[in-house]
Write a protein that binds this ligand. Structure first.
Ligand code: DGT
Ligand code: CA
Ligand code: CA
Ligand code: ZN
Length: 573
């Protein structure tokens, strides 16, 4: 079994969760959490290190004890402590920690009352038994119920980045010793959808292959759901399903088209095919028995009298009509992004220094980067006060000399307070290069009040970018109620930009909102909101959503050169 860093991290997180429910020493819990984070972010797979060097590198914050545990995990011998904890504490309690409003202490209280599963919890909440418990009120009770129901909505769906890394791992595994096989990714992952239900893989082979057998023998396969001569479906650890189909190289285009979907897109295409007197299936585009096109997607679209449609657009949202008219957008590309305008450093809740962030940004081909640490209100994220920002900006001046011509912008992610004022005074904000203004508290207002609060904040002349506008956390927190159209109209009036935050659990604004912003003429900033250098790569997930929102280069602020960017930012001030 080849265990990856993120899986080792998950084991440590699990231990930390169990310990927390057990009310263990907070320092001990913290040690496991920190270790999990450090391992997850470690740039090289530890399994590989152990195999190649016979040892694993010294990771800051990981002592001998944890080091030994990592080695045990890699060697497949498990961790005795974890087995022990699992015996004592029902594993279903861990799921409670994902529910809004439930921390370890409350979970313990529920356990004491004999509530051990989500189902039991849901019933208790519905029967108003939770609100009677000490430390729970009726507000918390309805919050818990809402959160459980939200979880159900996303049950069996996975965040785009998780789906993507599972897919990479499986592809790599499948292709070992299979030079004759070509794998294609289809389904919602190819379309870049914000969550993915299952992976759809297609295999083309020059000769007979046992690739389906290889899939069902995957070490992380938990269950074989279906295993035939043309198709296999398995469920892997963590619950994700993988479909693998053998397809013929002569019909690889039509198969890829069909299994990429979406269903709505396929339906729209079939209609056009029928209008032409054709029939479209996974085997090809046919006129009677004559194969018109099947080898590539491009040929099929062409034969249907339309332009090629990028996978991200294939949602049945008017793309087919647009492809026929020939006015599809030129979708934005990663290579057109010139810089990132929302990142954190060690100064607040990030993990890397400004210099480390800059080095990674340069490696990505960027020419500028805005440092936007939290303002003081966000205390849990180590928010900075004016003096701390001033000091940071002196450092940025120094670094700008070193990294010239690369440009580091003096930014801030400033909290929008409950009353619609910003968390830092104008006398300070005027000296920033840009502000990302975000809501981190006060999610439960009515739409009217929330919108008013946002508009009041946007009325500040130093307000540049509205950060993660809807506040959602996919599968964990619904967007707050607000009037997005009103926000867009006001943003247009004031020269304010709307963020598309690329954190995989945010993707905020989403694809449809991006398209709406574009239709209002409000430019978007695609940001990583990176909390470490490696997270700058999250931008790719944001770009996927932007493409799904039909955005082009000119719709996105951070495709402009540094000089143009500064001019645009200042013109609104
Ligand atoms: P997901 O997995 O829920 O995130 O979404 P998709 O779009 O990947 O859906 P999935 O895996 O059920 O099917 C993959 C594609 O196969 C889908 O987008 C369209 C195509 N397809 C067309 N007709 C059918 C059908 O009758 N059954 C299935 N399973 N797929 C179909
Ligand atoms: Ca799928
Ligand atoms: Ca599927
Ligand atoms: Zn942020």
């Amino acid at each position: 079994m080849v265990i990856q860093n993120r899986e080792i991290a998950r084991y440590f997180e699990q231990i930390a969760d169990y310990l927390a429910i057990q009310n263990a020493n907070p320092f001990r819990i913290r040690a496991y959490r920190n270790a999990a984070e450090a391992i997850e972010r470690w740039p090289v797979e530890l399994t590989k290190c152990l195999k190649e060097q016979g040892s694993i590198p010294k990771i800051p914050g990981i002592g001998k004890d944890l080091n030994d545990k990592i080695i045990k995990l890699i060697k497949g011998s498990g961790i005795a402590l974890l087995d022990d904890l699992k015996k004592k504490i029902p594993s279903t309690l861990l799921e409670f920690l994902d529910i809004a409003g439930l921390g370890p202490r409350r979970v313990q209280a529920l356990w004491n009352k004999g509530i051990k599963t989500k189902e039991e919890l849901k019933i208790a909440a519905k029967e108003h038994k939770l609100s009677e418990l000490k430390g729970f009120g009726s507000d918390l009770e309805s919050k818990i119920l809402k959160s459980i129901e939200l979880g159900e909505k996303y049950q069996n769906r996975f965040l785009l980045d998780d789906a993507w890394s599972f897919c990479e791992e499986i592809k790599k595994y499948l292709l070992v010793g299979m030079p004759q096989v070509q794998l294609l990714v289809a389904g919602s992952l190819r379309r870049g959808k914000e969550t993915v239900g299952d992976l759809d893989l297609l295999a083309i082979s020059k000769n007979k292959t046992n690739i389906l057998k290889r899939l069902v023998e995957f070490q992380k396969c938990e269950k074989v759901i279906n295993y035939g001569s043309k198709k296999a479906t398995i469920q892997i650890q963590g619950g994700m399903q993988v479909d693998l189909r053998l397809i013929d190289s002569n019909s690889s285009g039509s198969a890829l088209l069909y299994f990429t979907g979406s269903k709505d897109h396929n339906i729209a295409l079939r209609k056009i095919a029928i209008q032409h007197g054709f029939k479209l299936s996974e085997y090809g585009l046919f006129k009677g028995n004559v194969n018109i096109a099947s080898k590539t997607e491009k040929e099929i679209y062409q034969s249907l009298g339309m332009n090629y449609i990028e996978p991200e657009l294939r949602e049945g949202r008017g793309e087919v009509e647009s492809a026929i008219r020939g006015d599809l957008p030129q979708l934005i590309l990663q290579s057109q992004i010139k810089g990132d305008l929302h990142v954190h450093t060690v100064a607040s809740d990030g993990h890397d220094s400004i210099a480390q962030m800059v080095v990674k940004a340069k490696r990505k081909g960027y020419t500028y980067l805005a440092i936007t640490d939290h303002s003081k209100r966000t205390r849990i994220a180590g928010g900075l006060n004016v003096d701390a920002f001033k000091k940071q900006y002196e450092e940025i001046d120094r670094l700008n000399e070193i990294y010239h011509p690369f440009r580091i912008l003096k930014g801030v992610e400033v909290d929008i307070l409950e009353d619609g004022t910003l968390d830092l005074p104008d006398s300070f904000l005027k000296d920033t290069d840009l502000t990302v203004c975000s809501i981190h508290e006060g999610f439960s207002y009515s739409s009217k009040k929330q919108t008013q609060r946002m508009i009041k904040a946007m009325d500040n002349r130093y307000f540049n970018i509205l950060g993660h506008p809807s506040g959602r956390l996919i599968g964990r927190r619904e967007p707050y109620d607000y009037d997005f159209e009103k926000i867009l109209r006001f943003a247009l009036e004031r020269g304010i930009y709307i963020e598309l935050n690329s954190q995989p659990d945010r993707l905020d604004i989403n694809d449809e909102q991006s398209r709406m912003a574009k239709s209002f003429g409000v430019p978007i900033v695609i940001s990583s909101d990176a909390h470490s250098a490696i997270e700058l790569d999250f931008i790719e997930f944001g770009i996927k959503q932007a493409r799904r929102g039909w955005l082009e280069k000119t719709d996105v602020l951070n495709t402009f050169s540094f000089d143009q960017l500064i001019r645009k930012l200042n013109s609104g001030r």
